[in-house]
Design a protein around this ligand. Structure first.
Ligand code: ATP
Ligand code: MG
Length: 568
């Protein structure tokens, strides 16, 4: 398991237990830099569904606002109309809300600022700080130079302010086709920081925007838009991931050269990398469009809609984000930590119920035919407030096929010919016979006897049994489909090294068990509800459920089954 990153950082920090961003804000509060204000934002681009990496950013930005009595905005960074969709805008809002955060009335779109962004671009032109360039995209790239070679000035760099203004206005008016011209900042083609070599501010795109329709055919670039949007919203601390470190001088350059209301501080932190999965929208889109998974909410995906469907709780995800902490060092977090957080949460809150995945029939020969005993089962062994329900016990039941061995291995405490086990909360039973399919030799049924003196699952004569099995009554069981999930990739880091990350897909990431049986109390369990199937793991009712057949996703297996612990 990965140690929380924050620990290392905090040893040297001035305030114990504070990550480096909170330390910066502590200091700002002391000096009164922002007049006691903390205002952050979460700025997704609506070009895909949010994933667990975004949850880290959401918990950080909304968490800072919460901890410092400030505010956090939700802002859609919708400057790239070709890739953005309303479906994504809706899913992002749903996910942020589900995680437990609220932007109140502060939901914004970068596209809200298109007029102001355009006016500021004219201001830069008027100040001689931006020019219209006719070079093609490839030429611009070639002129830019490399990390070791300086760039070259574009032949159009010397255009007059008047000419630039005229051309920019005509770009906006739609006189030129896509790619014919761009607006660039005039900074320094020799700068050691490649980002500052006259970055593009505006490009021509004759594409409809999902919010502004066909009002625009020039669209501002991310780096230019982001800092101005932050400033217009009065953001104090603009938190972004590490890959924007080199862009910070550009963020500052734009704001320093424009009459904007304030100049937020950009702070970078390391993004989340999680083992055995991918956290990049581009790669996730590939998995979805190539139908490797069933959709954005496939329970194997690290998307928030996927892990929600899988059975994850917002509490578990927030706990996870807190444990991994915030630092400037890139690392890989073990998927096991995420699972651990879910197990901890569901161990507290999930009701314990019984389900048999691969049923094997058991006939209790000395139990009266037609008799139904309603046994009271508590929903949680340690939390009586979760209540209890009645579970019917009858002469014919089903147990897990895996819980029987005809020729038992050493230390086999479950069913075997002649062996006595406990049926959870019911009786001790002893296996007296095995019925087989004469053609295949497969075991099709067990014959047992029960000891009526062990009612409730315990014996008054002190006789002990080591195995405790879960079971369902044959006449009352409800059919269910159960889906078991494994890691989506076989490699810890699927994108590492040569080759396509798709080659590292785990062919066995989904196992469907079509004919499981669950206890009757689960017949009407609503979609999204989570329970513990005793000894099998935590499960969540899937949206594919029908009145005829409930579908359950396994969120996570149990670390310890109570069979080992020897529960009743
Ligand atoms: P992706 O790489 O998945 O496409 P992105 O950075 O392009 O992600 P945005 O919509 O721009 O996606 O992200 C919104 C915010 O979420 C940004 O501030 C970004 O830094 C943050 N973010 C994205 N991925 C992660 C991650 N893995 N860990 C932490 N923060 C992330
Ligand atoms: Mg991005």
């Amino acid at each position: 398991m990965t140690a929380p990153e924050a620990d290392e950082k905090d040893k040297s920090g001035p305030v114990a237990g504070r990550d480096f961003i909170r330390q910066i804000i502590d200091e700002d509060m002391k000096t009164g830099k922002w007049g006691g204000r903390v205002h952050t934002r979460f700025p997704p681009e609506p070009n895909g569904y949010l994933h667990i990496g975004h949850a880290k950013s959401i918990c950080l930005n909304f968490g800072l606002a919460r901890d410092f009595g400030g505010q956090c905005n939700l802002r859609f960074d919708d400057t790239n109309p070709a890739k953005e969709e309303v479906e994504y805008v809706d899913s992002i809002q749903e996910d942020v809300r589900w995680l437990g955060f609220s932007w109140d009335d502060r939901m914004f779109y970068a596209s809200n600022y298109f007029d102001q962004l355009y006016a500021f671009a004219e201001t830069l032109i008027e100040k001689g700080l931006a020019y219209v360039d006719d070079l093609s995209q490839e030429e611009i790239r070639a002129y830019r130079g490399t990390l070791t070679e300086p760039g070259k000035d574009s032949p159009y760099r010397g255009r007059s302010v008047a000419e630039n203004l005229d051309l920019f206005r005509r770009m906006r008016a739609g006189e030129f086709p896509d790619g014919a011209k761009v607006l660039r900042a005039k900074i320094d083609m020799q700068s050691p920081n490649v980002v500052l070599r006259d970055p593009v501010l505006y490009r021509i795109k004759h594409v409809e925007h999902h919010r502004t329709g066909d009002a625009w055919c020039v669209y501002p670039m991310y780096d230019y838009t982001h800092c101005i949007s932050d400033s217009l919203e009065g953001i104090t601390h603009s938190i972004c991931s590490l890959e924007f470190e080199n862009n910070r001088p550009l963020y500052d350059w734009v704001l320093d050269n424009l009459p904007v209301p304030c100049h937020p501080q950009q702070i970078e932190f390391a993004r989340l990398n999680l083992s055995y999965t991918v956290l990049s929208k581009r790669k996730l889109i590939q998995l979805v469009t190539q139908k490797v998974v069933s959709g954005w909410d496939d329970p194997r995906l690290p998307t928030l809609s996927g892990i929600r469907r899988r059975g994850y709780t917002p509490e578990a995800i927030r706990d996870f984000c807190e444990r991994i902490g915030i630092s400037k060092a890139e690392n890989m977090v073990d998927m096991a930590l995420l699972e651990h957080c879910l197990r901890e949460d569901l161990n507290r809150s999930a009701k314990r119920v019984m389900a048999v995945l691969r049923p094997l029939k058991v006939v209790i020969e000395n139990y009266p035919e037609g008799q139904v005993e309603e046994i009271d089962f508590p929903y949680h062994p340690e939390d009586a407030s979760l209540g209890s329900r009645k579970v019917p016990f009858t002469r014919e039941i089903y147990v897990e096929r895996d819980d029987f061995m005809e020729t038992p291995a050493k230390k086999w405490f479950r069913l075997a010919p002649g062996a006595e086990v406990r049926l959870r909360y019911a009786y001790y039973v002893t296996c007296t016979g095995v019925v087989k399919d004469p053609a295949t030799g497969e075991v099709t049924e067990l014959r047992c006897t029960h000891d009526p003196a062990t009612k409730g699952g315990w014996s008054s004569d002190g006789r002990k049994v080591k195995g405790t099995l879960h079971w369902v009554s044959a006449a009352h069981a409800v059919p269910a489909e159960v889906r078991l999930y494994d890691r989506l990739f076989t490699k810890e880091n699927p994108t590492e090294g040569k080759g396509d990350f798709m080659d590292a897909l785990n062919p066995d990431s989904l196992e469907v068990i079509p004919e499981a049986l669950v206890e009757p109390s689960l017949a009407a369990l609503p979609v999204g509800e989570r329970v513990q199937f005793e000894r099998l793991g935590y499960f969540c009712v899937d949206k594919d459920s029908t009145p005829q057949k409930r579908v359950f996703n396994r969120a996570v297996a149990l670390k310890d089954s109570w069979a080992k612990a020897g529960g009743r």
